[in-house]
Ligand binder design. Sequence first.
Ligand code: TRP
Length: 384
Amino acid sequence: MVTPGRAPMCDPVGSSLARLEPTQLGGLVTDQLARLCDIAQLDRTDTETYVQVLAASLGPAATRSLALPPSAPTLLSDDHTPVEYSLAFLPGATPALRVLVEPGCESGDLAENGRTGLRAIRAMAERWDFSTAQLDLLEDLFLPDHPAGPFALWCALELRPGGVPGVKVYLNPAANGPDRRAATLREALRRLGHHQAFDALPPADDHPFLALDLGEWAAPRVKVYCTHDRLTAEQAGRYSRLAPAEGRDQAAEFFDAIAGVEEHGSPTRRALTCYSFTDTATGRPSGFTLHMPVRAYVGHDGAARDRTVRMLERYGMDAGALDRALAAVTSRRLEDGVGLVAYVALVHQDGRAPRITVYVSAEAYRVQPPRPVAAASPHPLATP
Ligand code: TRP
């Protein structure tokens, strides 16, 4: 039951949240999250904490009725749900659960949206006692008074056992106008001490996100995302050049398997790559991720699931957990829609075993109907 006057907005970290109904956005996503926490083997206390954190980070959107359309057309997900889940798989381990959220989603005004996002991050920093110094350094660059689109600030939480999440902030390199993207990124990387980082990036058609790790991380990263309109497996391998030779083959093979290149011909796909930087001395990236928007390559989620499972099994990861996660988010048949599995990513990070991350849509507003594969369009990477 919702208690009027206890709007989550007044309580950014959610210590006294009213209960949410399944007919409200916050009710739906917190139910999904609680079931996912179970799959990630988080205990009841942690689950309760993270449910409250998610509800609180949605602000007034948490109590919005699902009978209404989304309050603003966020590009965080295809159906404009301001929440997306992801599972990070490692060989022989329980996957780690993360959730991506747009705290300012209630505001159609980007400047206000960004300010709300910043307040949410600052409230988290206070609650979990971490520094926002790196974000503060970039505030004027990415959150100007009159920002350009297509988004202002997203926050991802890695939901760790113990109730203290890892926090990541996603910022918009086009905030000062699309033509200033490269300049904004260069300046941001410079301020963070990564003077040569920009020059290490592969050729790209766009740079949609810059991400910062905040809080407790073994090695906090700055990440730069690149969009490639027509990537090939060979390029995917080559762009992962920081990985050992084996990593290149892995990226190329992953590309073909998720893109379904053997089945459908056409060797190019729209995809994203992400470079992460931890070491300011060398200018060399310490991590490379290949993000494949699998939903653009398949007719329905059954096919997306099968391709993903093949790769999880290839790496000795718990494919059963993926099936449980999909069932935790929706009761529809996988064949009845496309987009539940939004992205599948192969992550290489210096000195670590490769990881696979699967991004799962909340589908709070809409299920995209299945489509004939021949018509599978490269649509989902929303172009601003
Ligand atoms: N929905 C957006 C896109 O498809 C942003 C996004 C959400 C995204 N989750 C992602 C981008 C995972 C890369 C990887 O681009």
